[in-house]
Design a protein around this ligand. Structure first.
Ligand code: PAN
Ligand code: ZN
Length: 192
């Protein structure tokens, strides 16, 4: 018997209903509106206007019941709505894992981009259904919807990794993803 058998969830299967956007059994759900993304878009005035004009939901994160604690392997499904603010494609806040550990994403539906930054170098991985994106330890990551439909992906990450959002506000993400003639145009990072 595993030495960890007593903590805190049993072996299980978790069902994702894409049409309903639910996991069952389910854990916490997070909704990120435009007002939650302060300081992240390049065009601060466009961001303020979007907040004033209805403060839309930019993305949501539904979690499985596996908790964010050491040795556990939590999962979540993020759905980013399509849209732009000041020409910048809608995106997640982005974060660094303070207890550096790797993470994987699996594209489920729609088209996205996975932007990674280690403080010096940047990487951009296009995500379509079936793509596995790998983030090595020490690479901050942000997801971007580059299509016309909602972009959904599964994330699987070590429960003890932690989430540092201040890191991105301090260091940026190396590049920004703007809406361009051929879809996405990556430009140098300029402070928001
Ligand atoms: C993901 C992200 C999720 C939302 O589950 O947390 O996509 O992005 P932000 O956390 O940057 O708002 C993940 O990378 N977990 O580690
Ligand atoms: Zn992460």
């Amino acid at each position: 018997m595993s030495q960890y058998h007593a903590v805190p969830v049993p072996p299980m299967s978790i069902r994702f209903d894409q049409a309903a956007g639910t996991l069952s059994p389910e854990g916490p759900t997070l909704t990120r509106r435009m007002s939650d993304l302060e300081g992240l878009f390049r065009d601060h005035e466009a961001w303020e206007k979007a907040v004033a004009d209805g403060d839309p939901v930019v993305y949501s994160v539904i979690s499985s019941p596996v908790p964010e604690i050491d040795r556990e392997l939590p999962q979540s499904i993020t759905t980013i709505q399509p849209g732009t603010t000041g020409g910048e494609l809608w995106m997640t806040k982005g974060h660094q894992h303070p207890n550096h550990q790797g993470e994987i994403y699996l594209g489920i539906s729609g088209r996205g981009g996975l932007l990674m930054f280690d403080g010096t170098e940047t990487r951009w991985v296009e995500m379509t259904p079936g793509t596995i994106g790998y983030m090595p330890p020490g690479w901050a990551h942000r997801s971007v919807n580059i299509g016309d439909e909602p972009y959904s992906f599964l994330a699987v990450y070590p429960g003890g990794a932690g989430h540092d959002y201040g890191w991105v506000l301090e260091h940026g993400m190396g590049l920004r993803a703007l809406s361009g003639a051929d879809g996405v145009e990556l430009v140098d990072y300029v402070e928001g």
